[in-house]
Design a protein around this ligand. Structure first.
Ligand code: SAM
Ligand code: SF4
Length: 507
């Protein structure tokens, strides 16, 4: 009988990709994934340590499993990803029922570890044995040593290369890693410690992976890195491939991929060549996610971000001058130690100047192991953090609503993600005398006059090339398609549209 696996993922796109790769490997070993945790023989949490809140969710999930493990000692419980790396074996003290810990830099070892843990757990179940054999794979103190780094990078490369892609996967979008780890050491951030040093993947491996995905029907590939635009691969013969060169190469080598995007960019590393690649290659989405974190030079310095607010806004202005239609998103941390009202005002000004499409706004969360927790007291009171968070969010919503209003009347191309969560009613009032015109339906009808009746209308959600969310009426057979939609209404988070015949303009 196939063993059942439950895997829940927390955190960033990098974790989503890791989970996909791990699932592929475990499926190849005969595991079947299940949605019901109670039905699983192996339960894995792929975790995030960036903020305390993300860790608390995992603590509570693990707490819920204590009784299950008592009732069924044969179940395997594993913590993988950044929390495993950050907490290490101390996690067993708090949750002795956990069997397996695997950091993000050791995931190539996971299939073997799950196998060993399963064998031990089955023995326990059958023989009632109480002996625990825990499986642990962490980079630990070796994380940033160059000798171990090379071996680890090679093994991890195998994990990415092992990706199983099949046309039956029904994938519209996919992530492809180009860089692992991070060398920036922003003082608040755990990533350089949990994911280790920056390592760049060979360009040919990236190109091959993107091509295999496009061959299997993927419509949009997102290249991933913590500082994705810092990509530079040094070849054995001394040549270097820059981020701009990689963009041109992928774009050219995979002409049947309709959309290529990348996240997350670091403001300091953006060259004019990379911006020119975005401008010149029509299938590269004009979308940048480039976190500012703060608008105050004093706070940016304490964060060790390596740029001043003026350099950040100059970069945004430069990007807009080259691509007036570029859509830009940002991240901010409010309530960083010593942040005063004046610092926060400067953050609000920066947001207003840059007119971001959206911003991810976080309250500072002190993380053990980071420089900030050692150097600074977490001295901004919680209610002040909350107030600043809400205020910045309100300003962003105002800016987003204004940006979105300018989209009304335009035609955009959307990649259909699926049914909207609000699908109970049509996205937009029907046009007089017959409702929205479904070009797709007409095409289907002309292809086969008396085939099945058309699928029922529902509310779909799609994304523009600029990462804007559009809700419109259509049917489920459109999932994964690239369609032209006319924008008819706008809110701060969502655009409302109807399918149209007109040629789409990138947005
Ligand atoms: N590499 C990206 C960059 O340089 O911005 C983002 C990586 S981080 C996983 C995602 C976001 O989490 C950051 O941009 C930052 O805003 C936020 N973040 C990281 N550490 C944090 C902390 N200790 N407290 C609050 N927010 C944090
Ligand atoms: Fe963390 Fe800074 Fe690296 Fe982003 S650039 S992952 S915020 S250390």
């Amino acid at each position: 009988m196939r063993r059942k696996l439950y895997l829940e993922t927390f955190g960033c796109q990098m974790n989503e990709l890791d989970s996909e790769l791990v699932l592929g490997q475990l499926r190849a070993q005969g595991y079947e994934t299940v949605e019901d945790r109670d039905a699983a023989d192996v339960i894995l949490y792929n975790t995030c340590s960036v903020r305390e809140h993300a860790e608390q969710k995992v603590w509570s999930r693990l707490g819920e499993l204590r009784d299950r493990k008592k009732r069924d000692p044969g179940v395997v419980i594993g913590v993988i990803g950044c929390m495993a790396e950050r907490d290490g074996p101390s996690l067993f003290q708090r949750h002795p029922h956990v069997d397996l810990l695997c950091g993000p830099g050791e995931l190539d070892k996971l299939p073997g570890m799950v196998h060993n843990a399963s064998v031990a757990a089955t023995e326990r179940r059958n023989a009632g044995a109480t002996k625990r054999e825990r499986q642990v794979a962490l980079m630990g103190a070796n994380a940033r040593r160059s000798g171990t780094l090379e071996a680890a990078a090679d093994n991890l490369e195998l994990l990415d290369l092992s990706r199983s892609i099949s046309p039956s996967d029904d994938l519209a979008q996919a992530y492809v890693r180009i860089t692992r780890g991070c060398n920036k050491f922003c003082t608040y951030c755990v990533v350089p410690y949990t994911r280790g040093p920056e390592v760049h993947r060979p360009p040919q491996n990236v190109i091959d992976e993107v091509r295999r995905l496009a061959d299997a029907g993927v419509r949009e590939v997102t290249l991933l890195g913590q500082t994705v635009n810092h990509y530079h691969y040094r070849h054995g013969d001394g040549r270097t491939t820059s981020f701009a060169e990689l963009l041109y190469q992928v774009h050219e080598a995979v002409p049947h991929l309709p959309r290529l995007r990348f996240v997350t960019s670091f403001p300091r590393d953006f060259t004019d060549e990379a911006l020119a690649a975005m401008r010149d290659c029509e299938r590269i989405c004009r979308y940048l996610h480039v976190p500012a974190q703060s608008g105050s030079d004093r706070i940016l310095k304490l964060m060790n971000r390596g740029y001043a607010a003026r350099q950040y806004t100059d970069f945004i202005d430069r990007a807009r001058a080259m691509m007036p239609d570029v859509s830009i998103a940002s991240d901010f941390i409010v309530g960083f130690p010593t942040e005063r009202d004046e610092d926060f005002r400067q953050t609000v000004e920066l947001l207003r100047h840059c007119r971001f499409k959206n911003s991810f706004i976080f309250k500072y969360s002190p993380r053990p192991g980071t420089a900030a927790i050692d150097r600074f007291a977490d001295d901004v009171p919680e209610d002040v953090k909350r107030r600043r968070n809400n205020e910045l969010l309100a300003v962003q919503q105002e800016v987003s609503a204004e940006n979105n209003r300018q989209m009304v009347g335009k035609s955009v191309q959307v990649l259909v993600e699926g049914e909207s969560k609000l699908m109970a009613k049509p996205a937009y009032p029907k046009a007089p005398g017959g409702g929205v015109e479904l070009l797709w339906e007409r095409r289907k009808a002309s292809q086969a006059e008396s085939e099945q009746p058309a699928e029922p209308l529902t509310q779909l959600v799609g994304r523009t090339r600029g990462d804007r969310v559009v809700v419109f009426d259509g049917n489920l057979s459109m999932r994964g398609a690239l369609l032209d939609v006319e924008i008819v209404d706008a809110r701060s988070l969502t655009l409302f549209g109807r399918l149209c015949k007109a040629a789409a303009a990138p947005a």
